[in-house]
Design a protein. Structure first.
Length: 407
């Protein structure tokens, strides 16, 4: 590329340095010289790969204009329907456009260079967090310690998994912010530059694939100490990584995939599917077990759609069963049990992950929340005072009837 720019610059200088007596040159020769110089500048603009290249050519455009300005009338006639001025304007416009593009590319290349250092740090930190979690999981599996010490190990393990997951959330956000803003037209140039300078330690594709592999292995380990909240967080994390890959995966492959784009794409896509399958199965099973322990039977579910349908049908039918009961209602205890689960878990502890992973959408949560309020109103038993008042009223009515009959 640099040799091409030098050749074009030399050619341009040779054309502009011709001093063979312009008065003795024919109009035809001047036109030929003009068009050859013009073509050389166009080629130079297209071949420019740095701001220095384009700055040099912008100076060349001014020299080119000065060289032929005295012949502009003849050139206007010879270049019709274009003109001398329109040709100069085209050169300047192309040069400014290329300069703008190169400024963007150099700015993005600088940002990618800074991110390469971050990627190296991500990889190192993630390896430490994975090692810590794996060690604690193995310690729990092999533990013969007292119940108190085992409980401490379990708490430390759950905390380490949570720290690792949060680190991945932050890492994925950094990748998304950086690569989502890359202008598509600059990707080819960035790919050429990154292919020469980036190492496997700095390659985002390497760290993403490594992270996916580690999470799949953790899921296959089948730990019995994680809670439903942990499984929801892992499921939400997989969902987030999948969405980010869908958004910037093509750019990452174009910039860092080199000649192995297809292999990288196939491998990462396959790992994402495997992770989703294991994370989804664990989360739905855990949620089902949690509801069973809480004595809440909403029916069968195994995906987002069936979970919402089960919840909606359960609350709707429970509300119908509560309507019409006046003096007493056995469903009020069921309402309190379900309401506690819904309020403390779905709305408070789990809400962030449920929404992040589309387990329930915000509109679905609002819909069910409204129906739960209606169920509570329908199932709430009458207070003892109201019961006594109703009873007294009935008794008074009976006494009045008897009195009328006797009279």
């Amino acid at each position: 590329m640099k040799n091409s720019i030098k050749y074009i610059a030399a050619l341009l200088i040779a054309f502009l340095s011709v001093q063979a007596g312009s008065a003795q040159q024919s109009d035809y020769q001047i036109k030929e010289e003009f068009e050859a110089s013009y073509a050389a500048i166009i080629q130079g603009i297209e071949a420019s790969s740095s701001i220095a290249d384009i700055d040099s050519l912008i100076g060349g455009i001014e020299r080119f204009r000065s060289r032929f300005i005295n012949h502009y009338k003849m050139l206007d006639y010879a270049l019709y329907p274009e003109s001398f001025d329109s040709k100069i304007a085209t050169l300047k416009s192309n040069a400014r456009s290329t300069e703008h593009k190169l400024l963007i590319i150099e700015n993005q290349a600088e940002r990618l260079s800074l991110l390469s250092d971050e990627v190296t740090r991500f990889k190192s930190e993630l390896a430490k967090l994975n090692l810590k979690s794996d060690s604690l999981r193995k310690a729990i599996a092999m533990s013969e310690e007292s119940e108190r010490k085992l409980s401490e190990l379990v708490t430390r393990y759950r905390k380490s998994v949570e720290q690792r997951d949060q680190f991945i959330f932050d890492m994925i956000d950094s990748l998304l912010i950086t690569y989502d803003s890359i202008v598509p037209g600059s990707i080819n140039e960035l790919a050429k530059n990154r292919a020469k300078t980036v190492s496997s330690e700095e390659n985002p594709l390497v760290i993403i694939n490594s992270m996916l592999t580690e999470n799949i292995e953790s899921a296959k380990a089948k730990s019995n100490v994680l809670t439903t909240e942990d499984y929801l967080r892992i499921y939400a994390l997989q969902h987030k990584v999948q969405n980010v890959w869908n958004n910037i995966g093509d750019k990452l492959l174009a910039i860092y995939g080199g000649n192995d784009k297809s292999r990288w794409n196939q491998q990462i896509s396959s790992n994402l599917r495997d992770w989703k399958a294991s994370a989804s199965l664990s989360m739905w099973n855990s949620l089902d077990s949690f509801l069973e322990i809480k004595n809440v039977d909403i029916g069968a579910f195994d995906n987002n759609s069936s979970f919402f349908t089960a919840l909606d049908n359960f609350v709707t039918e429970a509300t119908k069963g509560s309507n019409g009961a006046i003096l007493g209602n056995n469903t009020y205890e069921d309402f309190k049990t379900f309401s506690e689960f819904w309020t403390t878990k779905v709305l408070d502890d789990w809400n962030e992950y449920i929404v992040e992973a589309d387990v329930l959408t915000t509109s679905q949560i609002a819909s069910i929340d409204s129906k739960i309020d209606a169920w509570g109103d329908a199932s709430k038993p009458l207070s003892l005072g109201i019961v006594f008042l109703i009873g007294f009223g009935i008794l008074a009515f009976i006494v009045l009837i008897v009195a009328l009959i006797m009279k």
